[in-house]
Design a protein around this ligand. Structure first.
Ligand code: MCN
Length: 774
């Protein structure tokens, strides 16, 4: 008897795609070459705000190897416009491809040079003469809303782009009026850069004979780029092909359509040569979207027992000079109540234009900000009431019986058991022992102080739709096409696991293709931890449909009734008849499908395509615990442990899930401890290189302790929730809460990220002064 195959879903398979990437055999944009390819470089503004008085390109145009020097005047008029779209609550101004009269941020492109070689293009770019008249600039969102602040887009009459509101202000006011305990805090969340290993760029090739454009770029959303190119260059959709080659990290910042993609494509068509632009690290820092920068005033109302009764939040988020969408602000307003059952809430987040680089989604995209705000408040509530922070959380969690649960902000959570994750986390770190160790220390004498910080989170994942196709080839290979696009997440392995299980074939028989619009399967892309819950579900549904069709074909071949045919160990057999006697393989069924010998309703390639749309978002959740020591003499924080108990429903590949958590926790630790994309008040970037922008290194991080609980989502056939952003959500609040916990006995009551030694030391000094604290 044949043993039933072990299901592949749930196995920690090593990702197939990684071997090639770690051996240096990846094909990134810089590895791609096309015959006759030329190079494009950009001339970017050194001013945060200036009038463009004169642009003289003559010297550059005459330099060796130069094919073209392009300014706004050379391009289609739409390329120098800043299209304004009205959002529900304000106005969004998108960036022009090249600036025409005014620059509004350092790094804004004003001209492009195309030359035979990169060196020639760079030399010529230095010859482009630009006369600027500097104008007053503002970089800080609060300063930008002050009366008399310089306006980024004078036509709007304000720097306030939009104001998003959620909840019930009257109900929240009533809760505050009646509450015995009120807490008020101000938080500043620093601006962060995404820092993928591979800087951005694009390569475009125009086939004049066929009238076809092909663009390669490291994007998380090839179909979005496709649409933008079709529109900007006025080309028929079938004549534009967008390919995401191997992508050296996305982290959300490769989600938008960069204006440079349009420029490179236009130049390739105009010059009739393949054109490549490869950004430098500095350009990446200056002009690609950063994230997070938010200033917050927040209040919590509670009972003396620490039961939360109300939440009020007002926040300003810095959009930079241009905004394509309301982006992370939408998430912040939706998620501020976190995993807690808070009866009344009123929140408001305004997007503010400043003369700084653009901001947008970066891993978490509003989720980490919301979690940081509520988790800091909950921690303060625990201190205020003299309660254990774990206990305060437990008292306020949405109970497991309440799902689906609608928050006071109108967001619907699908399923959860938050206390189970908290309990598991406390056991994982042996919380009681940590507290005992802490009690044994002498805060008056010990130089190293121990701190323990908790945070509990929710992570909305998998909203919207994604596409999937499964096709069985006549040689038995299974080709899967997905609208999701990986940047290192390991989709090829997990999607193969899902499909192989459903078809009963070995995982090696499944080939997954992604990121090429020529596959003709429109999709959305990869962000918001959506690829498994949506993309995985789409290929799962398609695989099930393929099995159904194959079963009917097999029935025809086996001369049996379809209901009597079973898929068993990767072959179709007639029920009750020994398989060896009457069975057909997948390859035989796929060949028959193409043979022309089948009735019309069964004929045609053995494939199915689906567009899976989830009826809502699947909310992953968990609890993080950070253990730190703080050196009171130097302010140096050492992260001793970072533990996370997460729940993403059933894991398809636990190894990849752990990898996602590791990466996210490292990025979250970076946010807490040192990352800061800093501008001076006039909009000059102070941290525009990896010498100035600190990133965590492996030896700054402890080994992460991970464990899980499993609460399936009712919203997709896999029961899956995403996991890609959990670490970035969990780490910042847990670490800051831990450092505050360590320094509480010294009188430190507040800290602002990033917790650099200097900042921590100053907080300790302030607290030590008479009347200090805070
Ligand atoms: N997975 C699983 N079981 C689950 C959930 C997920 O096996 N229950 C697996 C998935 O199959 C996938 C991985 O875990 O291989 C992540 O899945 P998911 O949570 O659906 O997230 P996405 O694949 O949509 O990835 C997006 C997410 C985001 S939003 C950012 S930003 C991010 C991230 O993933 N950027 C990354 N992780 C990254 N990892 C790398 N290496 N590079 C990036 O740019």
């Amino acid at each position: 008897m044949v043993e039933p195959l072990m299901p592949l879903v749930g196995q920690p398979l090593r990702p197939f795609e990684d071997g090639r990437l770690v051996r240096g055999q990846g094909r990134y944009l810089a590895d791609l070459r096309r015959p006759g390819m030329v190079q494009l470089v950009l001339v970017r503004s050194p001013y945060a705000h200036a009038r463009l008085d004169r642009l003289d390109t003559r010297a550059a145009a005459g330099a060796p190897g130069v094919l073209a020097v392009l300014t706004a005047a050379d391009l289609p008029p739409a390329f120098s416009e800043s299209p304004v779209t009205a959002s529900e609550t304000g106005q969004l101004v998108a960036a022009p491809v090249l600036a025409r009269e005014v620059v509004r941020m350092v790094g804004q492109p004003v001209a492009a040079v195309v030359a035979e070689t990169l060196a020639q293009a760079l030399d010529a770019a230095a010859l482009v003469q630009v006369d600027y008249s500097p104008l007053p600039a503002v970089a800080d969102p609060e300063a930008a809303l002050a009366p008399g602040a310089p306006l980024v887009h004078p036509a709007l009459g304000t720097n306030r782009a939009f104001t998003l509101r959620r909840g019930d202000a009257a109900a929240a006011d009533r809760a505050f009026a009646q509450a015995a305990v009120r807490i008020r805090q101000r938080f500043t969340i620093p601006r962060l850069a995404g820092v993928p290993l591979e800087p951005v760029g694009a390569l475009a090739e125009w086939d004049a004979a066929a009238g076809r454009l092909t663009v390669w770029c490291p994007t998380q959303a090839p179909w979005r780029v496709h649409q933008a190119l079709v529109r900007a260059l006025d080309l028929p959709a079938e004549r534009v092909r967008v390919i995401a080659p191997d992508v050296g990290g996305g982290f959300g910042v490769r989600g938008p359509v960069y204006p440079e993609y349009l420029l490179v494509a236009w130049a390739a068509r105009h010059l009739g040569r393949p054109v490549r632009w490869l950004a430098t690290r500095r350009e990446d820092f200056l002009a690609t979207p950063a994230s997070r920068e938010t200033v917050v005033e927040a209040e919590l109302a509670a009972s003396p027992a620490g039961r939360i009764q109300g939440l009020r939040v007002r926040a300003l988020t810095n959009l930079g000079a241009y905004a394509g969408s309301e982006g992370p602000a939408r998430r912040i307003v939706a998620l501020l109540t976190g995993p807690y059952d808070i009866p009344a809430a009123a929140v408001e987040v305004a997007g503010v234009y400043t003369h700084t680089g653009p901001t947008g989604a970066y891993r978490g995209a509003g989720r980490p900000e919301a979690a940081y705000i509520i988790e800091r408040l909950v921690e303060t509530l625990a201190r205020d009431r003299g309660l254990d922070p774990a206990e305060v959380r437990r008292r306020n969690f949405v109970p497991p019986t309440a799902f689906p649960y609608r928050t006071a902000l109108g967001t619907v959570y699908d399923s959860g058991n938050y206390a189970a994750a908290l309990d598991r986390a406390l056991a994982l770190v042996d919380y009681a022992a940590l507290r005992a160790r802490q009690r044994a220390q002498d805060p008056a004498r010990d130089r190293e102080l121990l701190g323990v910080g908790l945070m509990s989170y929710i992570e909305p994942t998998g909203g919207g739709w994604e596409s999937g196709r499964v096709r069985v080839e006549p040689d038995g290979r299974v080709v899967v096409v997905s609208g999701s696009v990986p940047q290192g997440q390991g989709h090829a392995t997990t999607f193969a696991q899902i499909v192989a299980d459903r078809l009963g074939v070995p995982v090696e028989a499944v080939v997954v293709r992604q990121g090429d619009t020529a596959d003709g399967l429109p999709g959305i892309g990869t962000f918001g931890s959506r690829s498994l819950a949506l993309g995985g579900s789409a290929v799962a549904v398609a695989a099930t449909e393929v099995v159904e069709r194959a079963r009917r074909i097999a029935a025809h071949l086996l001369e049996a009734a379809p209901d009597d045919v079973r898929l068993q160990d990767g072959r179709f057999v007639v029920a009750g008849v020994p398989g060896r006697v009457r069975a057909v393989t997948w390859a035989a069924v796929a060949r028959a499908a193409l043979s022309g010998d089948l009735p019309p309703d069964l004929a045609g390639p053995l494939q199915a395509e689906t567009r899976f749309e989830a009826p809502g978002e699947a909310f992953a959740f968990g609890t993080g615990v950070a253990v730190v020591t703080v050196d009171r003499e130097t302010g140096v924080v050492r992260l001793r442990r970072l533990a996370l108990v997460h729940d993403c429903g059933p894991a398809v590949n636990p190894r990849l899930v752990a990898a996602q958590l590791h990466g996210g926790l490292a990025q979250g630790a970076g946010e807490a401890l040192g990352e800061w994309l800093r501008y001076d008040p006039e909009g000059q970037l102070l941290t525009g290189s990896l010498l100035d922008y600190w990133l965590p290194h492996a030896d700054d991080l402890p080994f992460f302790d991970l464990a899980e609980t499993v609460t399936p989502s009712p919203l997709n056939p896999l029961g899956a929730k995403g996991v890609g952003e959990a670490g970035t959500i969990a780490a910042p609040a847990a670490i800051v809460n831990a450092v505050l916990d360590a320094l509480w006995p010294l009188g430190v009551r507040d800290l602002t990220m990033p917790l650099t030694p200097e900042r921590v030391w100053q907080a300790i000094q302030r607290a030590a002064r008479p009347g200090g604290g805070g």
